[in-house]
Design a protein around this ligand. Structure first.
Ligand SMILES: Nc1nc2c(ncn2[C@@H]2O[C@H](COP(=O)(O)OP(=O)(O)OP(=O)(O)O)[C@@H](O)[C@H]2O)c(=O)[nH]1
Ligand SMILES: [Mg+2]
Length: 363
């Protein structure tokens, strides 16, 4: 668009100028009377100032130009907002990615959403061109650790430990690992008792460990006998009791186990396998809760990469995790875990699994 101003004595003169200069398509935009500057202006008659314009470009071209300018501004705005943080849709996308990841770990959906609550702020502040998943990961580790820490026991473990739980989860093996550690590393006097007289070979299994470690093993056939055997271990610092592994569906066996344990002042360690399906674990935990477990032990951490069950059970029951076991070797494959270590383990921080996930995306 071409815009020009003309001074003339009257309108006819102005139109003549405009036609000559801009051609017949020019339009008049404004007119006003003006005086010349200085003292001369006061003597001479006022002049007419006419502003005329000529739309020199075809309409379509002007629009394209405008669109280009708008795009340029949009680009600039994005660049500026990029320096401030990431866009809302990017935040949502990243949150969804984290959510998917936590669900993949088999952390339950409601717990996952609780863990991600309010994380949008942290994500928004991260630099979009150098996304920093470590900061978010660390925040998640802290949140998981908080849930685990809330269950952490205030009181130290008692001297009588009974290992309960479903069949084949690793009760006897875990007991043997702990017996070895307490006696060899902590120099404690350890006594072993088994009430697992149901399964063929069960007593022999523990007897073998007892012999290797040089620890006494007593067998109790009744609640009365169990009390006596514990009494007989008066001189021991730690007494470890192995129990019958029975399907949690078998109420009768659970009632029998309760009858044995009720007569004692023992801490019940509920042994659960990380390889058990989440739903099965829910019903196992529900049934074993009647035996008032004081601590949890999760076994077979080495057999799965998806450890969400650990946090699911702790969050649901408020029972703390005392140990995890990660292999069949006695006594090596056991670890006493604190909230943070466990949180990192669950999230896979620093594990090969994480590296693989890292490589696959920016989150
Ligand atoms: N991979 C792996 N295997 C384990 C772990 N703990 C125990 N096991 C194996 O699991 C199997 C069962 O272990 P047990 O200690 O006999 O299990 P249990 O709970 O005493 O079984 P029942 O007495 O029959 O109820 C054995 O083959 C163990 O070697 C572990 O942390 N990781
Ligand atoms: Mg056993």
């Amino acid at each position: 668009m071409k815009v020009k101003r003309y001074l003339a004595r009257n309108m006819a003169e102005a139109l003549a100028y405009i036609r000559r200069d801009l051609g017949p398509d020019a339009v008049i935009i404004s007119t006003r009377r003006v005086r010349s500057r200085g003292w001369r202006g006061w003597l001479a008659p006022p002049q007419l100032e006419v502003t005329a314009a000529l739309d020199s470009l075809p309409a379509s071209e002007t629009q394209a130009d405008l669109r280009r300018q708008v795009e340029e501004i949009k680009g600039l705005l994005e660049e500026v907002s990029g320096h401030l943080g990431i866009r809302k849709d990017q935040v949502e996308e990243r949150l969804l990615r984290w959510r998917e990841l936590l669900l993949q770990l088999e952390i339950k959906a409601d717990l996952t959403d609780r863990l991600l609550e309010g994380l949008a702020g942290d994500l928004r502040e991260s630099d979009p061109r150098a996304p920093n998943p470590e900061a978010v990961r660390e925040e998640l580790v802290a949140r998981l650790a908080d849930i685990l820490a809330a269950a952490w026991p205030g009181k130290p473990p008692g001297r009588v430990m009974a290992f309960i739980g479903p069949t084949g989860v690793g009760k006897t093996t875990t007991l043997a690992k702990l017996a070895a550690r307490f006696s060899l590393l902590e120099r404690k006097k350890v006594g072993l008792i088994t009430i697992d007289t149901y399964r063929i070979g069960a007593v022999e299994q523990l007897q073998t460990y007892g012999e290797i470690l040089g620890l006494p093993l007593a067998v109790a056939w009744s609640p009365q006998e169990l009390r006596e055997k514990v009494e007989g271990y008066r001189d021991k610092d730690v007494i470890l009791i192995d129990t019958v592994g029975r399907s949690p569906q078998n109420e009768l066996r659970l009632a029998e186990l309760r009858a044995f344990l009720e007569s004692l002042d023992a801490d019940h360690y509920l042994v659960l396998s990380c390889t058990t399906k989440s739903r099965d674990l829910d019903s196992i935990v529900a049934r074993y809760r009647q035996l008032n477990p004081a601590r949890l032990i999760f076994t077979k951490v080495d057999e799965t990469q998806y450890l969400g069950n650990i946090i699911n059970v702790v969050a649901a029951t408020g029972i703390p995790v005392a140990y995890i076991t990660n292999g069949q070797n006695v006594p090596d494959d056991i670890e006493k875990v604190g909230p943070e270590r466990l949180a990192r383990l669950i999230l896979g921080a620093g594990e090969a699994w994480t590296t693989k996930q890292h490589a696959s995306g920016n989150w």
